[in-house]
Write a protein of this length. Sequence first.
Length: 50
Amino acid sequence: MKAATGELNLTVITLLAIAAIIAFFWIIYNNNIKPTINSQWENISTYNGD
């Protein structure tokens, strides 16, 4: 029983760590990467070839 509790704790900690990493990169993507991609896309779509 003691080993099962330790294994459950490790699983919970692992899932929380994965969720924290995903949340961190999601915030970075929405605040920094996505606007950069959108602005570059607008520059490409308005390019006349001059």
